[in-house]
Design a protein around this ligand. Structure first.
Ligand code: FEO
Length: 401
């Protein structure tokens, strides 16, 4: 049986959610599922904005058919060619043989890479700033390269002031009927997933996101229709401001994320001592993660959220403990920058981890290091408490400064 929701008088949400998938991109845990949004505009021409992942393909096709109510599908706009959104293109080409596909110069070669389709006479190539009339509605195309792939673009419906934003402004998480932001408690139930989605999927491309935000600033946006997560039909400024912070690598919270790795509890003990002393020094926002027990995508998310990071790790095979090394590699890949960082190392015969972590942090942009080879030998000892207290003072001072 079909289901859909009306977004505006002429626009319908025809997407759905997958609550079975364990790993998005076979990489990121999604305990709350994921939504694949698609939207159908019923004007003089019928226009579908993107398709969905195959996991909800059958439902999607039924939803589209129900909204069309016997009309044919005239156009498919492809804002993004990643397979979580483009997996039903071939099926639509078969079902609606007169359908034309609207995309940009980078869209169509990608269709050729994913599919064996003869689209002769069925494509409309648009570029930045082009417009397309569907009848009552005029669409305006905005290129959004590297948000999240090079062909990514957004479409703005000038008539209803709706922005079809592709991956931008999306989030992990399955919607359950309440698809609109004003029907949910986004701050309480969605923000953490939205931050983890943005920082891990698009986090690397802050400059490109800033470029798109500048273009968006010239538009009167009443509604944002992303490809994942809730549709924003009011308070779009809230989301634009979050994206402005994240894409400029500006911390949301003046506080500390303590990310520790610990083989036998001694590095964990040092991290706990530090955390207690930070709290006693008046630091209000402290979050601690045992990085062997938490997915690296959460560490990346909190690295964007918090202003200060404390990284604690044993030495392993003469280097950095593997899960810490993996997190550092991900930080670099995703362009984490502008944070104040303290490092606690540990090692029983040749403690190397502090120096090596500090070297990796120094390779990242605009990082401030508060330590210089603060290394434990197996466990924290009373003679190191003075050094620990000095570090706590430096962290607390720089947070309240
Ligand atoms: Fe949701 Fe870049 O795909």
């Amino acid at each position: 049986m079909y289901y859909y929701r009306k977004v505006t008088d002429d626009l319908y949400w025809v997407g759905g959610s997958d609550r079975r998938l364990a790993l998005f991109e076979n990489l990121f845990p999604i305990p709350n599922g994921v939504t694949y949004n698609s939207y159908l505009l019923m004007d003089e021409k019928t226009v579908l904005f993107d398709t969905v992942d195959t996991s909800i393909g059958r439902q999607f096709l039924e939803n589209v058919e129900a909204v069309l109510s016997g009309r044919s599908l005239d156009y498919l706009v492809i804002n993004h060619m990643e397979p979580d959104h483009c997996s039903l293109i071939d099926e639509l080409v078969l079902r609606y043989p007169d359908m034309k596909i609207i995309g940009n110069a980078k869209t169509f070669p990608m269709i050729g890479q994913f599919y064996q389709l003869d689209l002769t006479g069925k494509t409309v190539t648009i570029k930045e700033g082009d417009t397309f009339s569907c009848g009552k509605h005029t669409l305006h195309f905005i290129m959004a390269p590297m948000v999240h792939w090079p062909e990514a673009m957004m479409t703005y419906d000038e008539t209803d002031k709706v922005l079809f934003s592709a991956d931008a402004f999306g989030t992990f998480g399955a919607v359950g009927g309440t698809i609109f932001n004003d029907e949910i408690d986004f701050d309480r139930d969605w923000l953490d997933d939205a931050r983890r989605y943005y920082t891990n999927i698009v986090g690397k491309y802050g400059v490109q996101v800033q470029n798109v935000l500048k273009k968006a600033a010239s538009l009167d946006i009443q509604c944002i229709c992303p490809l994942h997560g809730p549709v924003w039909r009011n308070n779009v400024e809230y989301l634009l401001e979050k994206y402005n912070l994240w894409s400029t690598y500006t911390p949301e919270v003046k506080g500390v994320m303590i990310a520790y790795a610990s083989m036998y509890g001694n590095t964990e003990n040092a991290a706990n001592v530090l955390a207690v002393k930070l709290a006693e020094a008046g630091v209000k926002h402290i979050v601690m993660h045992d990085i062997s027990r938490i997915h690296v995508s959460q560490l990346i998310s909190d690295s964007f959220k918090y202003s200060h990071l404390v990284l604690a790790s044993p030495t392993y095979n003469g280097g950095i403990y593997p899960v810490m090394a993996n997190y550092l590699d991900d930080m670099k890949a995703l362009n984490v920058q502008g944070r104040t960082v303290a490092v606690l190392g540990n090692g029983t015969w040749a403690p190397m981890s502090a120096k090596q972590i500090e070297a990796k942090i120094s390779e990242m942009k605009n990082m401030t290091l508060l330590t210089e080879n603060f290394a434990l030998k197996s466990s924290l000892k009373p003679e190191q408490m003075e050094e620990m207290d000095m570090l706590v003072g430096k962290i607390a001072e720089s947070i309240t400064a």
